[in-house]
Design a protein around this ligand. Structure first.
Ligand SMILES: C[S@@+](CC[C@H](N)C(=O)[O-])C[C@H]1O[C@@H](n2cnc3c(N)ncnc32)[C@H](O)[C@@H]1O
Length: 260
């Protein structure tokens, strides 16, 4: 756990907003992280989600070629850090599944979005790996995941949408669901000079617009190396930053104080 009131990387502006339920959310501010809005956004975005990895949705910010180049790098690196019984936490459409599945004896894929999981199911069928996969449609913070049930965990592009309290809860959950010595892989967006030059904070509420024009306000954070090093230090994680690009990063971690 972090020290009292210390936000992740010292940057999270909503640290006093703990209650996200609809009934009292408005007591704080109309622009605080709203989990239901995040859930709806990702569910509705599922059919167009993977365009992000082709540079499509970030084209205004980055050269799509740069996105594709870095996605290719992540794809090359990821399989080295995933093995055995794996859990893909907030797997979305299962974009990374074809990249790592060969190394795994069993794979649990969990996400709250039915639409994203239906795309994921198509990938599972195409790969012919139904026999070793299970899909769970639920909130990762309410579903009772098996203690010490996994050798590895993939956490891709989830943490950038979590509040500080949720990051704490995720880390606590990871600690129990991984076997002692188990490893997690963490991929997300790096804070970089392009993002820094637009009027956006490292952690802020942003507007996301779907192709049909519907707009959603969601929390988005970007990471500097120091942010994830702080998280590791505060949670007894042996962290290795494997790749730090202009847009994305990949890091792996093991808990040094896992229960025996
Ligand atoms: C940016 S997408 C990442 C999807 C996938 N991991 C990837 O790398 O392509 C974020 C995903 O997190 C899911 N998500 C966010 N909060 C969640 C929660 N509390 N429980 C389950 N899924 C959640 C969303 O539904 C969405 O599919």
């Amino acid at each position: 756990m972090r020290g009292a009131g210390a936000p992740l990387g010292g940057l999270f502006p909503f640290k006093d907003v703990h209650c996200l339920c609809h009934s009292c959310y408005h007591l704080y501010t109309m622009d605080s992280p709203n989990k239901q809005e995040l859930f709806e956004y990702y569910n509705e975005r599922a059919p167009e989600y993977e365009e992000f990895y082709d540079g499509g949705t970030s084209a205004k910010l980055f050269d799509p070629a740069l996105i594709r180049k870095e996605v290719a790098i992540l794809k090359k690196l990821l399989p080295d850090y995933v093995n055995g019984r794996c859990i893909d936490i907030a797997c979305g459409t299962g974009f990374w599944l074809p990249v790592y599945e060969r190394n795994c004896a069993g794979i649990t894929l969990i996400d709250q979005s039915e639409n994203a999981l239906s795309d994921c199911a198509k990938k599972i069928e195409k790969l012919g790996i139904e026999y070793k996969t299970e899909m769970l449609c639920d909130d990762i913070f309410s579903y009772p995941l098996a203690e010490q049930g996994y050798d590895s965990a993939v956490i891709a592009f989830l943490v950038s949408h979590l509040t500080d309290d949720e990051v704490d809860a995720l880390i606590a959950s990871l600690k129990t669901l991984l076997v002692p010595g188990g490893r997690f892989v963490f991929m997300d967006n790096a804070w970089n000079e392009v993002i820094a030059n637009i009027p956006r904070s490292k952690v802020s509420m942003v507007t996301r617009t779907l192709k049909d024009g519907r707009q959603f306000r969601i929390l988005k954070r970007y990471f500097e190396k120091q942010d994830i090093q702080n998280l590791a230090g505060e949670n007894n994680i042996n962290l290795e930053i494997i790749y730090w690009g202009k847009v994305f990063f990949l890091a792996t971690g093991r808990f040094t104080d896992s229960p025996a």
